[in-house]
Write a protein of this length. Structure first.
Length: 475
């Protein structure tokens, strides 16, 4: 695209935001630059786009920005991230609905838009609820405690533990999510690294990079990859093309950091943990449920959440059998509804707030403007790489949902894989850029901090660039 056309589009977007009545004439004679319009059959007509320049549009945008500032500063005020975005979602849609008559929108259009967002949320919610219930059940059966005990009792050197925890985090996060993987490996790191103040921070950085990179090549590894799969942008097996770029993204910084890991051996830690009854069978049932979700989508065209819920039903029956066939004092009884209750409700409700807040901004036309400014002006490749960098500061869930809501026209499978990779691993550049980093700061409080992660950001950024280069080299 020529520089003059870029200027044309930028001026047109600014002109639209200013709410000017007549369209500016720039470029060759007779070439009026028209502001972009929402497509017919979407959430209304092209007139909705003009509300980005109205006071209602600005108010909705301000509400979202304020809510997200509260999310970003959660560490300081301790208000859970779901609370401000849920409030923002309700306020945004209330502002839209209250001005529907003035904007020339009928109630049916708003109703349809809200139900569309509800369908998106419901599918993601049920999928994640089932997955979290399985993970909580495995945790209750001591699966993760046994794994941790096995690792800390090996008597390995710090450098070997650095690589073992990193590689395990990379592969585990492809099946579990990156947050749970980071917390598990973080517990191992802090347990064996009590006597080394130098080992814990660098090992935690390594775990965060590995968990985020491993989550990028699997639909189950991260909420963002799950969103892309559930939205139908990529088929299930297409994600595994990102294995090599994801591995490079992790290995490059890990290789550099490994030279700074102490080569001494920590004091052996004795920890014996016995698996509870049914632990391994629940693990097998979880893997079978994942396979069932894939089959539902791949062979029968049924949304994957139904496969996960079917597996969750099987888990409920299995745990009931364990409970009624176990002695009262055996410790093997399990209340499955307690495991449901222990789901990450803050994350699930945060997802609700994000979907409905971003959905309101999309309804007003903001995402159409952003899509035009980014993807039309700079191209899909530059836009996707830049969005990945942004995800180091802004949580990748709203970032990815915004891209999905924009649905840029220039995105083929290669570009959807690129944005999946970029948004997944871009958050590794800062400790606050991913759930794995934020969670690990809590586990290793005072030892793994924002600043201890920041010192390795240049090396992590090098891995980010190398991973993207690998994606282009081996499409």
């Amino acid at each position: 695209m020529s520089a003059s056309l870029v200027v044309h589009d930028i001026v047109a977007s600014v002109w639209s935001l200013m709410g000017a009545g007549a369209e500016p004439m720039i470029g060759p004679p007779g070439s009026a630059v028209h502001p972009p319009q929402l497509e017919e059959g979407g959430f209304g007509t092209g007139r909705l786009l003009h509300e980005t320049a109205s006071w209602r549009g600005w108010m909705c945008l301000a509400v979202f920005v304020l809510a997200y500032l509260a999310v970003m500063t959660e560490e300081f005020h301790a208000v859970k991230k779901s609370k401000p975005v849920i409030l923002a979602a309700g306020c945004i849609w209330a502002i839209i609905a209250s001005g529907a008559a003035a904007m020339g929108i009928d109630e049916k259009a708003i109703h349809t838009a809200v139900l569309h967002d509800l369908a998106d949320f419901a599918q993601m919610f049920l999928f994640l609820l089932a997955a979290m219930t399985f993970i909580n059940s495995m945790n209750e059966r001591k699966v993760f405690a046994a794994l941790r005990a096995w690792l800390v009792g090996r008597g390995w050197s710090y450098r070997r533990l650095f690589w073992v925890t990193g590689v395990m985090a990379f592969f585990l996060s492809a099946v579990l999510d990156n947050l749970i993987t980071a917390l598990l490996m973080g517990a191992v790191v802090t347990a064996v690294g009590r006597g080394s103040a130098k080992f814990v921070p660098i090992a935690c950085v390594n775990v965060v990079c590995a968990a985020n990179a491993g989550g990028a090549f699997s639909p189950f590894g991260d909420i963002t990859t799950l969103m892309v799969w559930q939205a139908g942008r990529l088929p299930f097996f297409e994600f595994f093309h990102l294995f090599l770029p994801s591995a490079v993204t992790y290995l490059v910084p890990a290789f550099v950091m490994s030279f700074f890991v102490p080569d001494s051996t920590p004091e052996p830690v004795t920890d014996t943990t016995v698996l509870k009854r049914g632990a391994l069978r629940i693990c097998a049932l979880f893997l079978g449920t994942v396979a069932l979700a894939v089959c539902f989508e791949h062979f029968w065209g049924i949304p994957p959440f139904l496969g996960m819920m079917t597996g969750m039903g099987a888990l409920m029956v299995f745990t009931h059998i364990i409970t009624i066939t176990s002695d009262e004092d055996s410790g093997n009884k399990i209340d499955i509804y307690r495991q449901v209750g222990h789901a990450e409700w803050d994350t699930l409700l945060f997802f609700f707030g994000v979907i409905f807040s971003v959905g309101g901004l999309r309804f007003l036309g903001y995402l159409d403007l952003v899509s035009h400014a980014l993807y039309d002006n700079f191209g899909a490749t530059k836009a996707n790489i830049a969005i990945g960098v942004v995800s180091a500061v802004v949580d990748n869930i709203p970032v990815m949902f915004s891209v999905l809501a924009m649905n840029p026209t220039h995105m083929d499978d290669f570009q959807w894989l690129l944005i999946t990779l970029a948004a997944g691993v871009g958050g590794s550049m800062l400790s606050i850029g991913s759930a794995a980093g934020v969670g690990l700061m809590g586990v290793a409080h005072g030892r793994y901090t924002f600043m201890s992660h920041l010192k390795w950001t240049p090396v992590i950024a090098l891995g980010y660039a190398a991973g993207i280069a690998t994606h282009f080299a081996f499409p």
